[in-house]
Design a protein around this ligand. Sequence first.
Ligand code: IPT
Length: 983
Amino acid sequence: MSESTAHHYLESHSPGHGLAQPRAAFTSDAPVLDLTGTWRFRLAAGLAQVTEGFEADAFDDSGWDTIAVPSCWQMDGLPGEPRFGTPTYTNQIYPFPIDPPHVPDTNPTGEYRREFTLPAPWPAGRTLLRFEGVDSCFAVWLNGTLLGDGKGSRLPTEFDVTDTLRADGPNTLAVRVHQWSAASYLEDQDMWWLSGIFRPVALLSRPDGALTDVFVHADYDHLTGHGTLWVHSTGAPARLTVPELGITDADPAGPHTVAGVTPWSAEQPRLYEAELVTDGERIPLRIGFRRIGVQDGLILANGRPVLFRGVNRHEWNPDTGRTLSHEDMLADVLLMKRHNINAVRTSHYPPDSAFLELCDEYGLWVIDECDLETHGFGLIGWAGNPSDDPRWRESFLDRMRRMVERDKNHPSVVMWSLGNEAGHGSNLRAMAEWTRERDPERLIHYEGDDNCDYVDVYSQMYTDHNGLGVIGRGHESVTRDPAQDARRRTMPFILCEYAHAMGNGPGGLSEYQDLFESYPRLHGGFVWEWIDHGIRRLTPDGREHFAYGGDFGEPVHDDNFVCDGLVFADRTPSPGLTEYKKAVEPVRITVDPAGGTIRVRSHLHTIDTAHLRFRWTVEDQGRLQGDGELAVPPVAAGAATELTWPEALTKLCDAPLEEGEERWVTVSAELAEDEPWAPAGHEIAWSQAAIAGPAPEAPPLGSPLTPLLADGTYALGPAVFDAVTGTLLRLGGDLDVDGPRLDLWRAPTDNDLRTWGGPLAEAWRNAGLDRLEHRAVRVRPHDGGLDVTVRTAPAGADYAMRTVFRWAADAEDPGLLRLSLTTEPVGTWPCPLPRIGIRLALPQDIETVDWFGLGPGEAYSDTTAAVRVGRFTAGVDDLQTPYVLPQENGNRRQVRHARLTGGQGSGLAVTASPHLDLTVRRWTSEDLDQARHTTDLRPRDRVYVNLDAGQQGIGSGACGPATQPQHELIARPVTLTIGFRPC
Ligand code: IPT
């Protein structure tokens, strides 16, 4: 064969050659030889540089490198220097010319070799060589014989090696993997381009008398409570045993109708252990009875409407890329369960099968998505899109078949998704038709089918709140093809992607959830996305950070758009995940102090609330006054109950309260007992109510002091001011203070930087908000204190903020310095403001912040669900959220009091009337704005404190709706009253 024919597969539309039929993933007691481990490896630059004859037994590979299988070769060597090429990140754009099915000559090609010997005894029968995932295209030789070639990176490929395998003696396996191939056109997902044998490889004995495939059907009829089981197996005759159901050695085809089975659901993932036995092997099965379908326009699971509280999950590990360990997968499942998440869309490819086993076991509804995306064609108006080109039909169908066949026995999988962002076309329809025929028991999803003519569920992404309400009411606009309109109007709806979790945010989750819970047609959504795909790297001086697009010198890339998860790349939850947990809590508690009632409404699907224990606490100014259990009779799924307050709670609330203090009742629901995914005591839901609200206004001063002029400064109580500029210089003798100054700027968030319809950050910079100038208009001492008037405006602008700082001190309270600030717009500001407040700087030895207000986490006006009123303490460094791209973060909302203290004991106490937002950090907003990675942030010799009346909301405008109008910070008059006291 000439070189060009030998590698013809690379640029062919074909899904592969020499492949075994796709079948279900199942284990068996037949022998398996695990072929993971260390392989010999060589990376060639392209086809012209491959090693001729590398497949031969006798080939000497002793001079080659080694690599781990499975792994992504570009990740090898990280967090230091990558040894084999580098990762490349693009979102939509193909990193090669659009010239299908061709790819560039520069095409990194990994050559792999290993030897193995079959363990004895190895049964007679057939043997399959199984690759769980190879990215993107590969050819395989065993003992010098070409077995075939495969594509479909995140799908299994099997070759029958029976006739090539040596039973006694060493076998040589040689695999050539190409980074780019015709298949790359079908795999344009928004993620790093990574290559190699990245999932496990094994040799599977299929002994004489083994099964070829098995399809478990386990239906549940909620009206009768009956389960019906029939198992379709092919290959050798099999017998079925399900001990718990009294099925012994039975014909698998049944059907076996069993009364009183417990259905499988995400909340109660009941699995029945079963075994299929043939003459050749024993196959363990885990059977979950359930029925999923659409009825009267609703998605029903076991007869009840289901509401997805979902996430989109890519497979990611910051050190190994798309090669995940079992611990990584389990960590994802446990984190999801602990954050009230009940559903996963496997964006945008079938995951490692082990993940689906975990979903079966722990309980998560799954939309299993095919490995298909042709998004880059969108950038050229979808011209030549493979989705509508018959030459690609077989490849599309092959991908769908391989997913459905592999995953068809997972009760967790309730929908098949054809892929993502692949435009329109007859190949997609063909996939849907094949799937409906093969597995009518699951629903079909594809967001791109906006007409909904071959899907079962109407789906969109990033629809804003208004649009979602319109769909909830069934008032959406007519379909592109009006013939489909009437049908689509009767369909249930999901948001397969929403609430883009890039950087700080997403904002507006609670408002989305309100809509999902208000309109039956809306079955919930899937946040984009679960995890940041940051890559762990070291700076030259050894400091760790997460890399993103462009960090490996890619000529074409999409920057940090690859980091938009609810968890950071190392699986640390971001504030967005905490917010999501609260926004989607499956039990809603309402505490009504006026009526003395507590209402509990369940949004659970299957189980009642018997697994929860309810507790109440009463706190005065954050100090615990008493707590107790609340006896809540089990509330059925979807039902509600109302209780009157227990006497002890009423009594505590009626007790006298200290002047100026606040009293709050908190009621929470937590796990009563250990669950497989969280220990007893794990909180699921909570609610708070104020018994006595915050003190509205600061009390008047007893004897206001008059400022004393000396040496160019004014002394006023504990404070010293510059007499010319009116700036506060010192407080309490030894606390050096810079400022405060009016501050309107924040380091733009990802949502500010990329806002759909025009970046807000650009509007801010155009308006000059990042380069404000201050002019002291007047410094006026009087017998009630010192008034400083300042005009703040950017160069070239005629709009400004006019601020009056009214400073006062009290002879009867010598430590106190009070600021009453009013600021108001002059002229018309062209855009909303990032923040309105003041910034001051304190000595660097400030280390700890204690506060009474909302906490413990960061919050902004539209990300406030997860924070509660209480007393909190945190180190300055712990108040920072390390977003991969440094940006505004760490704001604590509605702070009434704060104490900022340091090792030397000198600090500052702040009292707000009634409250303000607080940010404390070792660098400035400008530093955050400049920094590209977390390691660019270096502590300065000051600690910067922002005290704000408010900030612009967060939104999720980087991909989706901008901040909702009610959370915009329009320039307006603002008043702040703050007490400062050295402490
Ligand atoms: C949408 C994609 O489906 C997803 O893969 C991801 O890229 C996401 O956007 C943004 O992070 S598509 C977009 C054009 C709405």
